[in-house]
Design a protein around this ligand. Structure first.
Ligand code: IVH
Length: 667
């Protein structure tokens, strides 16, 4: 192809693909097959490689995302991103409608829309091109997630028709059920934590640092609020219809309602029909349709007076309780879990529900085979919220809390003031032993590569590892003979275990799995008491004198070290060379240069940000994420976001470079 021809072809392909995206993602009326589409895309990508001078941030090919990782720039919203007043009650909704009509002086037409349960986004289009995508943030400032937004196929990069030169449009980014289930299945298979719900999955995905990862997440978007100096119509309903003609995907299922009854019928309909939607909605948004009336009504400090969200109560279904299992966690806490007759709830099949503790079971007066109502709150594990005692079969036995550990038979104990039952047999109860080892090797603790829960179970079963200190006695020869472990993985595991001897003291303390001593508490403790001997011999009073250490934590630490088995474990670990003193703390003592300072890090540096974070902490400062009047210092790398820069300047906060920072801590 002649040079000119290929440039023309490239441009033509971009136009064509923009149009096919519109037909496919917005209208749901594709004109060509996926195969033909993919072929065109491949041709475009190929031509773009050959013509880097024709780079276009809005080319249809950017849908696949970039591999560059970005640190989000914080940008101010031109108009604050407010939230909506909300209600769960029909009466309050009636009050809202009456209030609006009284204010205006005559009956008003409302638009009812679905309330999508995702994460809010504000898009800016300039000359028909997507130029900016910003999250809500705190409503005043948000994160610039443009690169990520560009990978979402239902957000057009380029518009057509008669759009205003410059406008902002807001909407919701969400993840449909099918994609959510698939992502979670993949995460679980990879041993990663599953997302609790599609909303978290959408919000988390949008904040990924790598847009090519975002491109793989099945995100979608509906738009519902146009902001422009040149509105295309006088009513919201007409505005959205017009917006649609520019190629934007608007909120579907919206309806004009001319009375409270019409509004409430819409709500009733969708409260039932939502279970058939392929995505989550959590209510209905009711908005005044006439834009001039909206201006008359105005805003309160927090939300518009012309709109309200009616929220649905959590969805619940009835099903039968089949049995109750009792699980033993690594701390010995017993969790009762209900096995249910599988039932569809909020888009997923529910087979199990948490029963939390003995008090909850007693309060429900739960009997085996009861018909129970199951509800899904914000969490992935649903809960049992009620029992239909009227349907109880005569003679069904009451669900009794167990008295002995289901794993080791030890009588359970209940600590005063606590809801949970515990198995006190910490040293010999198998799930507690395995759970402690799994916690010890986990990423945030000793981070031992190559060891997973299956291998831990195997090592335990073979009698090779009984306490975490046994790990340091392992030799490659112990491992290589085991089922599924070759000599290479055996060597890797031993290397991982050896490497863990360098893990800093705070993480070792966390890895021990003392109740209530999480990551943060472990850090606080090691800062106040930088050696294991100090912590081990500390009195209750000395412990609670430490900031953020209260009665519960202090009591748990004292009890843990009072146990001679645990003291022996510490001696063992010490003999294997684990870090039992905070080395950094000693260096810290050498510099108080940043003592008490709140420091914001922004921009790109010559080495990873985490290193600056650690240096700040090591020299007595605190790393905070947002600039406020309380910030003392901004450590600015290259390409610091202009909004952050402006804000720091406005507040008169000192801004220093990487070099100046190094001088400051080394002085
Ligand atoms: S209108 C000023 N319409 O719900 C008006 N919001 O609780 C802005 N939401 O912040 C909002 N679906 O994130 C509007 N059809 C819809 C919506 C919707 C979901 C979200 C949005 C908003 C929050 C308010």
């Amino acid at each position: 192809m002649e040079q000119n021809d290929s440039v023309l072809r490239l441009k033509q392909l971009r136009e064509e693909l923009h149009h096919h995206n519109y037909r496919y993602y917005i209208l749901n009326e594709p004109l060509i097959s996926d195969y033909e589409y993919d072929k065109k895309m491949a041709e475009l990508i190929d031509l773009e490689h050959k013509h880097p001078e024709l780079t276009d941030a809005n080319s249809p090919s950017v849908r696949v995302g970039s591999d560059l990782s970005s640190d989000f720039r914080s940008v101010p919203h031109k108009y604050p991103m407010l939230s909506l007043g909300n209600t769960y009650s029909e009466e309050e909704l009636r009050d809202f409608v009456n209030r609006v009509e009284k204010n205006i002086g005559h009956p008003v037409t409302f638009v009812c829309e679905l309330k999508y349960d995702g994460t809010a986004i504000s898009l800016t289009y300039e000359k028909g091109m997507l130029v900016l995508g910003v999250t809500r943030g705190d409503g005043v400032m948000g994160d610039d997630v443009t690169a990520n937004v560009r990978t979402i196929k239902s957000i057009p990069l380029k518009l057509h028709g008669n759009y205003p030169e410059l406008f902002e449009i807001r909407g919701e980014i969400f993840m449909p059920h099918v994609g959510f289930d698939q992502i979670n299945a993949e995460r679980e298979a990879a041993g990663e934590l599953a997302f609790a719900n599609p909303r978290n999955a959408a919000a988390g995905s949008l904040k990924l640092q790598n847009s090519s990862q975002v491109a793989k997440r099945p995100l979608e978007c509906f738009l519902y609020h146009l902001i422009t100096d040149t509105p295309p119509a006088n009513s919201h309903y007409e505005t959205l219809k017009t917006v649609q003609s520019w190629g934007l995907r608007i909120s579907p299922h919206m309806q004009l309602c001319r009375s409270f009854d019409e509004v409430f019928n819409f709500i009733r309909y969708w409260d039932n029909a939502r279970k058939d939607l392929p995505y989550d909605i959590d209510g209905v948004v009711i908005k005044v349709d006439d834009l001039q009336l909206r201006d008359e009504l105005g805003f309160t400090a927090k939300s518009p007076r012309w709109a309200i969200a009616y929220k649905f109560k959590a969805e619940s279904v009835f099903t039968q309780l089949l049995s109750v299992d009792f699980q033993v966690g690594r701390t010995g806490a017993i969790t009762p879990v209900a096995n249910l007759n599988p039932v569809q709830l909020a888009g997923t099949t529910v087979k199990r529900a948490s029963l939390h503790n003995a008090d909850i079971i007693a309060a429900l007066d739960l009997h085996l085979n009861d018909v129970v109502s199951v509800e899904k709150g914000g969490e992935i594990i649903p809960k049992i919220t009620g029992v239909d005692a009227g349907l109880r079969q005569p003679g069904s036995p009451k669900v009794a809390f167990i008295t002995n550990c289901p794993e080791c038979g030890t009588p359970l104990i209940r600590i005063e003031g606590e809801a949970a039952h515990y198995c006190p047999n910490a040293v010999a109860c198998p799930p507690q032993i395995k759970g402690k080892i799994e916690h010890f090797i986990s990423r945030k603790a000793m981070n031992i590569d190559g060891l997973g829960s299956e291998t831990v179970a195997l090592l335990y079963q073979q009698g090779l590892v009984h306490t975490v200190s046994d790990l340091y006695r392992l030799k490659p020869s112990h491992l290589s003979g085991l089922e599924r472990l070759g000599s290479k993985s055996a060597a890797n595991i031993v290397t991982g275990i050896n490497e863990s001897r360098k893990v800093p003291f705070a993480r070792v303390l966390f890895a021990l799995g003392i109740r209530f001593v999480g990551e943060t508490v472990a850090k606080t403790l090691t800062q106040a008491m930088p050696s294991i001997n100090q912590i081990m011999n500390a009195t209750y009073d000395e412990l609670i004198a430490i900031d953020e250490i209260g009665d519960k934590i202090a009591g748990s630490i004292i009890a843990w070290f009072a146990d001679s088995e645990n003291r022996r474990l510490i001696e063992d670990l010490q003999s294997f060379g684990l870090q039992m003193e905070a080395i950094n703390n000693k260096q810290e003592a050498a510099s108080d240069n940043l003592k008490g300072m709140s420091i914001v890090i922004s921009g790109v540096f010559s080495r990873p940000r985490d290193e600056f974070k650690s240096m700040i902490e090591a020299h007595g400062g605190k790393n905070v994420s947002a600039i406020s009047s309380k910030t003392d210092l901004v450590l600015a790398g290259e390409n610091m976001g202009p909004a952050k820069l402006a804000q720091a300047q406005k507040l008169g906060i000192k801004i220093i470079s990487e070099n100046e920072f190094m001088q400051l801590i080394e002085s």
